[in-house]
Design a protein around this ligand. Sequence first.
Ligand SMILES: Cc1cc2nc3c(=O)[nH]c(=O)nc-3n(C[C@H](O)[C@H](O)[C@H](O)COP(=O)(O)O)c2cc1C
Ligand SMILES: CCCCC(=O)C(=O)O
Length: 395
Amino acid sequence: MDKITNNPQKPAIVSDITLANSRTNRGQGRKSDSYLNIEEFRIVAERKLPRMVYDYYASGSDNQITLGENVNFYSRIKLTPRCLVDVSNINTKTSVFGIPLSFPVMIAPTAMQKMAHPNGEIDTCLAARDMGTLMTLSSLATTSVEDLGKASGGNPGWFQLYVFKDRSISEKLVKRAEMAGFKAILLTIDTPFLGRRESDYRNEFSLPTGLQLRNFTDLPLADIQGGLNKYMATMIDSSLTWNDLAWLKSITKLPVIVKGVMCPQDALLAVKYGADGIIVSNHGARQLDTSPSTIEVLPYVVRAVGGRIPVIVDGGVRRGTDILKALAYGACAVMIGRPVLWGLAADGYDGVLKVLQLLRDELVLSMALAGVNSISKIDESLIWSSPNSLPRPKL
Ligand SMILES: Cc1cc2nc3c(=O)[nH]c(=O)nc-3n(C[C@H](O)[C@H](O)[C@H](O)COP(=O)(O)O)c2cc1C
Ligand SMILES: CCCCC(=O)C(=O)O
């Protein structure tokens, strides 16, 4: 249970302006405790990271219309404050696929985290675990499934799968992930080809010296030659169809969750072809530009799925109120991508921990102000514009 108290420790005041005025303070030495929100982490990450790395992490595809929408659409959804409910104790505990979570925020797979911090995926995984949640390791990580398995004491979280043209590579990866203790496979279905992020072309993105995609150290796949788009076009199987879900399910006992559903039609196909869960995701607005924001799509997917399998959403979650909105629309949890990279870049393990703490604390406060004291009490009536909140509600 989280008690809401006034924070007795006055946080250090470090505004964007102080940061901007300080040429020497690039975030180094700043204690994670002093960050007030995710945006402050982003600002510090932008200062600390080499341009090529920051741009790769931050970018969306093409005109980045969807990138803005993922965040902005949340701000257009209104929440209903409810009063005189006992909110002296707020319980954010929940579970997803039988896995207990201290609050409904998990970490989405993001590739190549050692570009943000030397400890990369290991710090992310340990911070997630210490906050009572979990992270998803990307197939294209700079830490191998085995190393993360060891570092986490055999409980590394979930594993994200890309299906390679050489199917045996993916098959082996799934087996290795099972052996290392991963608890679910997230099949990314929105990337037959990589979206075009112009800054990666401008910066001629390549993996910094000394880093490799550690799941493939014995294969040419370990290095990115000729840019990200060429790499993905050469390696990824763009002929994958819904029928291949049966193949994946036949080679693993782990739940298979499809990541990248963006319409009710695909949600129905996911159910039909046996997916164990759905992630409503537009890949952080890095694939089809001008596709809708994910929070816009979520209620349609939830309605189509009708409770048959869990629905998770990612993209643009930056505030506790965003989490509340996603849950009100029927998601069982949200995932975050970039906020974790900003935390990692700013302060490694401590930074990721603080990012998660900030979101948890914001969620607790917004639940209290919306008059809900447990996750199971969150429903669509919290959304101001929903048909359930008619101007003259029945009591
Ligand atoms: C730098 C970066 C790398 C990513 N790498 C992967 C990946 O390897 N596999 C994958 O399925 N999704 C990947 N994604 C998408 C994320 O899993 C997630 O859908 C997205 O980041 C959520 O949006 P947010 O960053 O606004 O929270 C990546 C996203 C970013 C920003
Ligand atoms: C070659 C890395 C691609 C990882 C990815 O999914 C992304 O950047 O969005």
